[in-house]
Design a protein around this ligand. Structure first.
Ligand code: HEM
Length: 518
């Protein structure tokens, strides 16, 4: 009787909690936001505003834009465009039962991103994201985040980047040599058609594998291949409603995910173990575990300093995170830069001239890169118009004042970069035009507000790999512009899409021609 009574009590408590999450909290939250003038699309029980978002995205994905149109927000985030037109700049929407508000204002963005009190934390994502992205520095909060960030920061010092530049250039030369071979055997004026997004994905995978795993890049490449499969499997289910606990059910999809996750984790464990053993075999107990990122992480597992120590599980998570954050984003930036340079031939010519003047025809290195001023402007303009990361997400860890609003605890705040980067108020009437010269006096002077450009975020959680990404993109572009010219293929369909990063839905088929000097 006692056990049955307890069971009934637990059941009632669970039902009440469910009612609170699904009904009462949304109702109270909507009322509290309404009082502050924040409205939004209607909440539907359990699903929130996901159904409307999914149907708007589905319709948008069936459209194709004019190739010269940079006004891409209605295609990549049609739900935000619809809701901001109806409810104003700041509005409330629902990711299932999770309340979220959207902002696209640089002053509010600055307040959130420069906060050091922990009021705007990294949201705790569902298991699908953690399984492929890793519960690494980008997902952690509080002292764990401080520890991981201090361990990883030295991976991106000037000296380390110089070393990495050599590996980046070598990987790019392999790709360029392959293009050259294909162009030389092509019967059509040494011109071949290459789908840029796939090609750059392979290249950035190669680069990140070499920089992460150094001499173990072959085994590392296999791990990342398995992780890539896992990423694609998980992304396919991301827009579905996530029911807490459902990850433990042995559904076919979950079973496949567990298998892939196990493969990634056990291979990474073997690699880490291998590093430890080879340092031991050399009698190197103080550890020279390698000058790559894995070496740095393994070293952190051996230290006696608790504030700089990592466990095996944490190293695995950081390796996954390094791959996840480091290659898709950079691949997309390269793809969209080549797209814009193919459309704007005059800029392609200007950049080629700059590369030949500053670097000659030899292999550019990390010291030459800062001299490429025009290239820097073109990359920034690409980041503004086709930002690989479309939005930055935070979660309030306590009731917090944001501008004139009081945001309760547990609300997601999404900073919509796509909209912020093309706000006429801050960027002027030509906000949707490709105009790299707007960056001639630097990022902070390019718009009417210094924080209207947030491709890499800002403040304490600013992108850790920003210098790595910029160096990589500049080196790759320099090496390619020295050898090839680019023109959009007539098959190209302009269809930027939100696929976790800004993806060209039908790729970017490009006519690549060997320069006469080659
Ligand atoms: C074009 C390329 C890239 C873009 C546009 C980009 C953008 C971003 C953005 C917007 C954030 C989030 C800031 C926030 O949450 O407030 C971020 C964080 C991060 N990025 Fe990048 N990123 C790029 C490349 C890279 C690369 C190449 C790496 C590593 C090799 C990297 C590693 C990270 C890490 C570790 C974080 C988390 C930092 C933290 O929370 O402390 N990123 N990035």
């Amino acid at each position: 009787m006692l056990v049955a009574g307890l069971a009934v009590q637990v059941l009632i408590a669970k039902i009440l909690r469910l009612c609170w999450i699904v009904l009462w909290r949304p109702y109270a939250m909507i009322k509290s936001f309404e009082k502050q003038g924040i409205r939004g699309p209607s909440y539907s029980i359990l699903h929130g505003t996901l159904p409307e978002m999914k149907s708007l995205l589905k319709a948008a994905n069936e459209t194709v834009l004019d190739t010269t149109c940079n006004d891409i927000a209605p295609r990549v985030q049609p739900h935000y465009c619809r809701w901001s037109a109806e409810y104003g700049e700041v509005f409330l929407f629902w990711r299932g039962v999770q309340p979220a508000i959207r902002i696209a204002d640089p002053k509010l963005a600055k307040q959130i991103l420069s906060d050091k009190s922990g009021a705007y934390a990294q949201p705790q994502f569902d298991h699908r994201l953690l399984s492929f992205a890793g519960n690494g520095v980008g997902q952690l909060n509080g002292p764990d985040w401080v520890r991981h960030r201090s361990i990883l920061t030295p991976a991106f010092t000037k000296d380390k980047l110089k070393l990495m530049a050599k590996r980046m250039a070598a990987c790019t030369m392999d790709m360029a040599d392959d293009w050259k071979r294909r162009a030389r055997t092509a019967d059509h004026h040494q011109c071949i058609t290459i789908e840029m997004s796939e090609e750059f994905k392979k290249l950035t995978c190669d680069i990140i594998t070499h920089t992460a795993f150094g001499s173990n890049h072959v085994e590392g490449g296999e791990v990342f291949k398995a992780q890539d499969e896992l990423i694609h499997h998980c992304i396919a289910t991301m827009a579905d409603l996530y029911i807490p606990g459902s990850r433990f059910l042995p559904t076919p999809s979950n079973r496949q995910m567990w298998k892939m996750e196990n493969k990634v984790n056990s291979s990474l464990r073997r690699l880490i173990q291998g590093r430890l053993e080879s340092a031991q075999a050399k009698g190197d107990s103080d550890g020279c575990y390698g000058d790559d990122v894995l070496g740095l992480l393994v070293e952190a597992s051996k230290t006696t300093n608790k504030s700089l120590k990592l466990t095996m599980g944490e190293i695995i998570d950081e390796c996954k995170q390094f791959f996840f954050s480091g290659h898709e984003t950079t691949a997309k930036l390269l793809t969209w830069t080549i797209f814009l340079l193919s459309l704007h031939q005059e800029w392609q010519e200007r950049l080629r001239e700059e590369v030949l003047t500053e670097c000659g025809t030899g292999t550019p290195d990390a010291d030459m890169v800062p001299k490429l001023k025009l290239m820097n402007m073109v990359i920034l303009e690409t980041l503004r118009l086709y930002c690989p990361v479309l939005e930055t997400l935070k979660e309030t860890s306590k009731a917090t004042n944001l501008g004139d609003f009081l945001i309760p605890k547990g609300v997601f705040i999404t900073i919509q970069l796509v909209q912020l980067h093309r706000s006429r108020e801050y960027w002027g009437e030509d906000a949707n035009d490709f105009n790299p010269l707007r960056f001639r006096n630097g990022v902070s002077q390019a718009a009417k507000h210094p924080n209207a450009f947030l491709s890499f975020g800002m403040g304490p959680r600013t992108c850790l790999g920003q210098n790595f990404a910029m160096l990589e993109v500049k080196l790759v572009l320099s090496l390619l512009l020295q050898r090839f010219s680019f023109l959009l293929s007539p098959e190209y369909k302009h269809a930027p899409a939100n696929y976790l990063t800004m993806e060209p839905q039908y790729g970017v088929p490009t006519a690549v021609k060997l320069l006469p000097s080659e």
